[in-house]
Design a protein around this ligand. Structure first.
Ligand SMILES: C[S@@+](CC[C@H](N)C(=O)[O-])C[C@H]1O[C@@H](n2cnc3c(N)ncnc32)[C@H](O)[C@@H]1O
Length: 388
């Protein structure tokens, strides 16, 4: 019998990275998944969700900067960090990794350095973040954060590579995210690597960001190779609650009236089709003729827009259902958001809708982590010793 590899899960939120790492449903690998043995997050509400869903995993509530290597159990095979992305998000102020919350990455990195001193460094490290990390940094230093993160990993003796993975390959949600994967020499044998960028996960913007990296980082770069998933066979409509069990908005007509002409035409076409057509929409502030105006932006491509953390109510996603010659509007529920992250219905969500939406809006999509685990992380760790 072989012992499963172990992981630390930093910035763990509700523990969705761990759900993907645990690999339910994986087959044909030496191990069926990776076990989280320690998790950390500083948000008490997220911490409650983590503990409710993973009662057997040691969880530390607190700032990552307050942890010391002595607080971390054993020698992990893998460390996962989904460090906060507000400062590197394309939608945010772009202060970069050194700004406020995103600086938390360096709190994580300090722990990795401490583990290395004690001979307990993980063989594989994954940093998940928004795509904005590829270009964030101070003015005139495009990509400095990406470069700094990759350089730190290379200096610590890892080969480093990255993948841009969109949850839409697996789930009906558009959610592109960056996964930087660092692999120690001792685990390189198993890690599948291509000689040049190829396939959907080596996106044009990743290739551009790679070209900006310093020579020493590019010399230690790996184009990790992952199989392309089969075509997604699930669309947004399949994940929704039944119409009769949700609350439709009385002011739906006013919300729909915020649509710009192109989006209004989409709604009219969907209503006129006579079929049931389901869409997802966000309210956004746009500048038109020098004025800021609220606009409803809707998509009918079978996907939800990227789930986000609700801030001031304006970023909560709407569901628009056109049938019977009309269009109805409601808010996406927390359970639906969880399904859009690939979380099964037995996951215990917080009681309040806004807490559930915040939890899911910040999280990493489970099937994406599972695909990364199956295609790259487990193969990389496959040289691990087994117990008799
Ligand atoms: C992008 S979310 C990651 C969520 C997680 N991957 C999941 O699937 O739910 C970032 C998380 O980092 C936490 N966080 C932010 N700054 C932190 C810090 N200094 N120390 C510990 N946790 C922090 C936030 O509370 C948040 O849950």
């Amino acid at each position: 019998m072989s012992i499963r590899p172990t992981a630390y899960e930093f910035f763990a939120g509700g523990g969705l990275a761990g759900l993907g790492l645990s690999g339910a449903g994986l087959s044909g690998q030496r191990w069926a998944g990776v076990d989280t043995v320690f998790a950390n997050d500083m948000d008490p509400a997220k911490g409650r969700a983590f503990v409710a869903n993973h009662p057997d995993i040691r969880f530390h509530l607190g700032d990552v900067w307050s942890l010391r290597p002595a607080d971390l159990p054993g020698a992990p095979d893998l460390a996962w960090a989904s460090s906060p992305c507000q400062d590197v998000s394309l939608a945010g102020a772009r202060g970069g990794l050194e700004a406020g919350r995103s600086g938390a990455f360096w709190g994580f990195w300090r722990l990795i350095q401490g583990l290395a001193v004690e001979g307990r460094a993980p063989r594989v490290i994954v940093l998940e973040n928004v795509i904005g990390l590829l270009t964030s940094g101070p003015k005139d230093e495009t990509g400095r954060d990406f470069s700094a993160v990759c350089a730190a990993m290379v200096q610590a003796g890892y080969r480093v590579g990255a993948l841009e993975m969109d949850a839409a390959h697996w789930l009906p949600q558009s959610r592109p995210r960056l996964f930087i994967v660092a692999v120690q020499e001792s685990a390189l044998n198993g890690a599948p690597e291509a000689s040049a960028p190829s396939g959907p996960f080596h996106s044009a913007r990743l290739i551009t960001a790679h070209a900006r990296l310093p020579d020493a980082v590019r010399a230690a770069w790996a184009w990790w190779s992952l199989p392309v998933p089969p075509r997604r066979n699930l669309d947004l409509a399949a994940l929704l609650e039944p119409d009769e069990s949700v609350e439709w908005l009385d002011d739906g007509a006013e919300i729909l009236a915020l649509a710009a002409p192109l989006h209004r035409a989409r709604i009219e076409a969907a209503v006129a089709s006579g079929r049931r057509v389901v869409g997802a929409a966000y309210r956004r502030v746009r500048t038109e003729d020098g004025r800021k105006v609220q606009r409803l932006e809707i998509r009918f491509d079978g996907l939800a827009g990227c789930l986000r953390t609700p801030a001031g109510g304006s970023s909560r996603q709407y569901v628009v259902v056109c049938d019977g010659g009309r269009a109805r509007v409601r808010r996406l529920t927390g359970r639906e958001a969880a399904r859009l992250m690939g979380v099964s219905d037995d996951y215990r969500l917080p009681g309040s809708e806004s807490a559930a939406l915040k939890l899911m809006g910040d999280a990493v999509a489970v099937p994406v982590v599972r695909a990364l685990t199956e295609g790259l992380l487990l193969p990389a760790l496959s040289s691990r010793r087994t117990a008799a």
